[in-house]
Ligand binder design. Structure first.
Ligand code: PXL
Length: 288
């Protein structure tokens, strides 16, 4: 089955949270606005994300993923990209690996959703943490935040500012786990906050400095990975993709902060998608 009218297609293996604007709830509108078709493969459905709404109702969809893959293979569907994110239980690592193996020519993006601000999410077990490296090993691109970057390396998470030499070492060590491209978000580089990327094949390190607003919204890592992936699928270079994703998040966070909404609700995406449709101006990028 094939004619898709030049629209890149992505299988996004991630959760669907009803309230709190994260995971598939942000990936779908973001990628659609960028002209990319997202085929959601939900790992779980949740009433809200796990970051502060109390007793979350959650259904683990582990038994859904493999039969969905079989159906897609029977249909002869192709995907330009397989993108994994929040996993509800450790067995889902195997389901993601099956997807990656079945679509070995597709771009493999792993967002190792496990933690933020130095702390693991409630659902991140020791087992999930130790097996996440198996996904990272087969990925082309990974997009950890700084906390997840340390966890993948088996190190104690720290939010201390880094020097550019320390940051380059972190990027190189992560790429030695498998991926050709490593992107780390929300990094403190001296007195600056930035998102950084390493392209092993071209031996290039990039940084995009952004203006930090002192507030944390859930789902921003998911949104960042979605814009970055969408941008690369649309043919942008790595530094432009880093820059587009950083600029979008800066815009979304500043827009939301101005309204003083409950931070648990995430960023006001509905006011911000115009940025992606109109390909608005970007943050500057530099070599790290
Ligand atoms: O944004 C990461 C994320 C994704 N999915 C769920 C979460 C979180 C972070 O809290 O709870 C369900």
């Amino acid at each position: 089955m094939s004619y898709k009218g030049n629209i890149p297609r992505v299988a996004a293996i991630h959760d669907l949270s009803g309230v709190g604007r994260c995971s598939l709830s942000v990936i779908l509108p973001i990628m659609s606005a960028m002209g990319i078709q997202v085929c959601p493969v939900p790992t779980a459905i949740l009433s809200t994300h796990t970051g502060g709404f109390g007793d979350v109702t959650m259904r683990d969809l582990s038994d859904y993923i493999s039969p969905t893959l079989s159906h897609y293979k029977a249909l002869g569907l192709d995907f330009e990209c397989i993108y994994s994110g929040f996993l509800a239980s450790t067995g889902q690592i195997d389901h993601c690996l099956e997807f990656f193996r079945s679509y070995s020519d597709s771009l493999k993006v792993v967002d190792p959703v496990m933690a933020d601000h130095g702390k693991p999410y409630k659902t991140c077990t020791r087992e999930l943490r130790s097996r996440m490296s198996e996904l990272v090993a087969v990925a082309d691109i990974i997009t950890p935040n700084l906390t997840e970057a340390y966890m993948l390396l088996g190190e104690e998470p720290s939010l201390m500012p880094l020097s550019s030499t320390q940051l380059k070492s972190l990027l190189v060590r992560l790429s030695e786990l498998g991926p050709d491209i490593v992107v780390i978000t929300s990094v403190f580089l001296g007195s600056q906050t930035c998102n950084v990327g390493y392209d092993r094949k071209n031996n290039k390190f990039w940084k995009v400095i952004y203006e930090r607003v002192n507030v944390n919204y859930p789902g921003t890592g998911d949104a960042y990975a979605a814009v970055l992936t969408g941008s690369l699928l649309n043919g942008d270079s790595l530094p432009i993709a880093l820059s587009r994703a950083s600029a979008f998040l800066e815009y979304a966070i500043k827009t939301t902060y101005g309204y003083g909404t409950d931070t648990r609700e995430g960023v006001m995406l509905e006011r911000c998608l115009d940025f992606l449709i109109n390909k608005q101006s970007l943050c500057d990028y530099e070599l790290l």
